[in-house]
Ligand binder design. Structure first.
Ligand SMILES: [Zn+2]
Length: 314
């Protein structure tokens, strides 16, 4: 009997401790008087990071809390709630989702469970895509990538649609919404919190991580970053990597612009993707230690070339 008890204990306990321990290491960093960001790891979702890789953020308003991108799973959402409760007993009244990629928003549901009145806000294209099957496919992708660590995460769709140039007053705070056509994923909004001079770029900008561009556009992403820069915000919160000032947005712009203009030049010279890659890699050498650089470079070159070819017919 004793033996069975220990067997049971050890087969259950390590897993349980692992999940709790893993999220214990993260805490909300105070960015300014009212904005907090939990800076997630830069690596792709895995069993080790339990699917956590984005930057969940929250803003403390007079009577409630506004969350931006609560993360990928019920566990990341629980961590966000835990960090909010350390700072304030106020309820979460609103959640912004910056785009369709599941690492940013699948934690909506755990927050909604706790605060059923919460209003979830996103671009209408994101809402449509999520409902058309992308939400479930992201749930499945994350379970596969994390070997089951995100299991149990359920979908809570955004319901309130906001688009480029809208000005919102929510929870007593002013927000300007910025978007440009396809940008990073074809579903993106960027959120400028006016009084806090804080700009949430979503994945239009990342710091020390090279983002996927499979559903995006280099030219629209560069335009999005120009908009972000033009707000002259004091704080910029990227989708991944540390929060900073406008320099992190300019660095992201430099990566995208260098890649796009170099591919265009090489394409006009008649080079194939593999022939242009060494020179483009050299032009982007300052980014070589960014997470995802080697994985994404070849793909980014092909995607940029396709965009350049398509632009010839515009
Ligand atoms: Zn993304």
């Amino acid at each position: 009997m004793k033996k069975i008890f220990f067997l049971l204990l050890f087969s259950y306990f390590p897993l349980h401790v692992c999940a709790a321990d893993y999220f214990d290491r993260y805490k909300a960093d105070k960015i300014n008087a009212s904005v907090y960001v939990i800076h997630g790891p830069l690596e792709l979702p895995s069993a080790k990071n339990r699917g956590f890789m984005n930057n969940p953020a929250f803003i403390i308003a007079a009577k409630s809390v506004v969350v931006i991108d609560p993360g990928s799973s019920h566990e990341t959402g629980s961590m966000v709630l835990r960090e909010i409760k350390k700072i304030t007993p106020k309820p979460v009244s609103h959640i912004f989702n910056t785009h369709i990629h599941g690492d940013h928003w699948l934690a909506n549901e755990i927050i909604q469970q706790q605060y059923p009145e919460v209003e979830i806000i996103a671009d209408p294209r994101m809402i449509k895509k999520a409902r058309a099957g992308a939400a479930q496919s992201w749930i499945d992708t994350l379970i596969a990538m994390t070997e089951g660590a995100t299991k149990g995460t359920r979908i809570a769709y955004p319901v309130k649609a906001v688009s480029n140039a809208e000005q919102l007053e929510i929870a007593g705070l002013r927000f300007n919404i910025h978007a440009t056509d396809l940008a990073h994923s074809g579903t993106d909004i960027m959120i400028e919190y006016v009084q806090g001079s804080t700009f949430f770029t979503g994945d239009n900008a990342a710091y020390l991580r090279i983002s996927r561009m499979d559903e995006g556009s280099f030219r629209d992403s560069i335009k999005a970053l120009d908009k972000a820069i033009s707000t002259q915000s004091k704080y910029y919160v990227p989708g991944h990597g540390q929060t900073g000032d406008v320099k992190i947005v300019k660095l992201q712009r430099e990566y995208l612009n260098t890649l796009y203009t170099q591919v265009k030049k090489s394409y006009e010279e008649g080079l194939e993707d593999f022939e242009m890659k060494p020179a483009i890699r050299a032009a982007l050498i300052k980014f070589k230690n960014w997470s995802g650089f080697e994985d994404e470079l070849g793909k980014h070159i092909s995607l940029a070339r396709l965009e350049i070819e398509a632009a010839e017919f515009e």
